[in-house]
Design a protein around this ligand. Sequence first.
Ligand code: KIV
Length: 277
Amino acid sequence: MSSYTSGNSSANIKRVTTHQMQAMKARGEKIAMLTAYDYSMARLIDEAGIDIILVGDSASNVMAGNETTLPITLDQMIYHATSVVRAVKRAFVMVDLPFGSYQGNSSEALRSAIRIMKESGAHGIKVEGGREIKDSVVRIISAGVPVMGHLGLTPQSIYQFGTYSVRAREEDEADKLIDDAVLLQECGCFGIVLEKVPASLAKKVSERLTIPTVGIGAGAHTDGQVLVMHDMLGITQDFNPRFLRRYADLKTIIDQAVKGYINDVKTIDFPAEDESY
Ligand code: KIV
């Protein structure tokens, strides 16, 4: 994808592209990625300068309250992605292909990817898995769609794993992960998310690949980092993995604001005269 200027803005904002991500890796500049699922939050994080916005299937958890990412549908992902794309002027917007929309066969995978690109206006897609989905990855990329891989703890396989604990601690699984990462690069993926794997393994993979890696719970040596926005802003409550750094405590701020509002309504302090017509 070549660099272009956003048609929406008079400020000549240059979009982040896959080529720029590659160049960032080459010069050692880390890539910052966050999730977003709606217009307002996407606008805030885009204006703050985030490089990649992931419309993650974690929307199933943080937006819809499901226990896993499995229930979210392609239509729902497209709805979230469309809202995010409307807000974003600079970041690269990438969308997860949801569970069940690409594992069947490569034609189904291509159809799902094309629906996302056409209907939402997103810039790329992300898929979970390695050699098992090779044909789908190749087919999607051959249609001109940028694809990011996702290895390690892949939440769409949670019922196979049976646990959200760190993956690839054992040599066999680590070797398979390295082989899958190389394969995804050979297939033409522009990057790979590494989730919840030992830092030493993520370092090895990142050094081996020419495409960027983006880690979540994968230590400091990946080429970028990604967090779920609701986790890092302190909106979600019950999720406290070791890798999560909270940059704000929005739960407390929202709680105080809502309690203040309730109090002002009940005591007829709100609205005041200068807040009335
Ligand atoms: O869906 C998601 O938010 C993700 C990130 C955790 C990488 O896939």
